[in-house]
Design a protein around this ligand. Sequence first.
Ligand code: CTP
Length: 444
Amino acid sequence: MHAAWGHRTVCGQVWAGLGPFPGKPGNPWAKLGVMDGLQDRKIILGVTGGIAAYKSPDLVRKLAAAGAEVQVVLSAGATQFVGVAALQAVSGKRVRQDLWDPDAEAAMGHIELARWADMILVAPATAHFIANLAGGQAPDLLTTLCVATRAPMVLVPAMNQAMWANSATQANRERLQQRGVRLLGPAFGEQACGDVGPGRMLEPAEIVAELDQQSSAPQQDLAGVRVLITAGPTREPIDPVRYITNRSSGKMGYALAAAAAARGARVTLVSGPVACTCPSGAQCIDVETAEEMYRAVMGEARDADIFIGCAAVADYRPAQAAPQKMKRKDASMSLELVRSPDVLASVAQLSPRPYTVGFAAETQALERNAGSKLKAKGLDLIAANLVGPKMGFDTEDNALLVLWPGGSKRLQRAAKSTLATQLMDLIVGRFKRVPRPIDMTGSD
Ligand code: CTP
């Protein structure tokens, strides 16, 4: 077991961090007390050649209404789907398309334009554009701006579901996220080609709301609050080379740790073996087995204000791990398994105890099974999700049903980073409302 202070997150979606920006009068949303994260932001909106490009004028209008100054840059393919005149009218700026346009370059050269931007937003972002960007290719004006800028980049992918699932596209997505490029969506649903699956562009209103939320300084409503989180799978050894484990990637637990740290919490993340990097501001403790996770958590739990059990802890482990590699002998063999400690239930039984949140991964009867776990383990709140092929485990997005004594809320399918923020909102709201029991056993 070792502890490490992390620097950045590579699991889930990475937000490059736009930092706070002061709101100014003039934004109609700001007057209502909402949407001032985009006030006076200079945004290059790149539009590439997908059918969703027809929504671009609406997106420009909504960005402008939120206070942003928008410069539209079209790829060659985009002009097949959206008119230059419409974009020019709504943005109030000449639309840029060509790296070799001498008039436009004389007004503001591409390097100047790349420096001008506070953010480059590409919506829709096609598989071709994503591949170019991942490969550092700059064959046109938009890709050149992306290579030349130091501004944060946000891509809103839109493509056929098979193109999105293609392993080359997924590898490109992963490379970009590891470089700090933020992705919004894609959403799941019916596509222009008739397919159903992930690949739809988020709606303009959703894009603007998401950007606004991320551009605003995160509320420090967990300042000083100690949050303990478990994540990932555990590995239960059979012999020195074999073990029992499960499909958990740790992405949700790491996204929750990042979301809590961004709100000012003092986060300790106890994690099984995963391919994620410790989130910035969190203290990470690496463990392998359920027993190690139990000991690490019980060592920290009394000092925690909130505990979130997000790990997929192995319920059973081999009664005895063979000291040497087991040899193939008989036609069949049996393993004797014994129960592992239930980390979550053990934390819930502490007195006093932290505000205790569990997860339930179910293949059926989600609400009933999660409701039973909430009661049986005596939790304050439980987040339940369906798991199965391409659902829940080792995926980029998820949907949650959140239950607490006397209430529930459905969180619609979204990126795990978005869900983590929404779940933290619920946890923070309830944590503040539910009074903590007073320790009657301790000395003064
Ligand atoms: N959990 C835990 N320790 C265990 C098993 C589960 O801390 N040994 C926690 C998980 O982190 C999760 C919650 O319990 O927050 C639910 O886990 P799950 O495996 O879905 O529930 P179980 O109680 O193990 O029930 P079952 O496997 O029968 O569905």
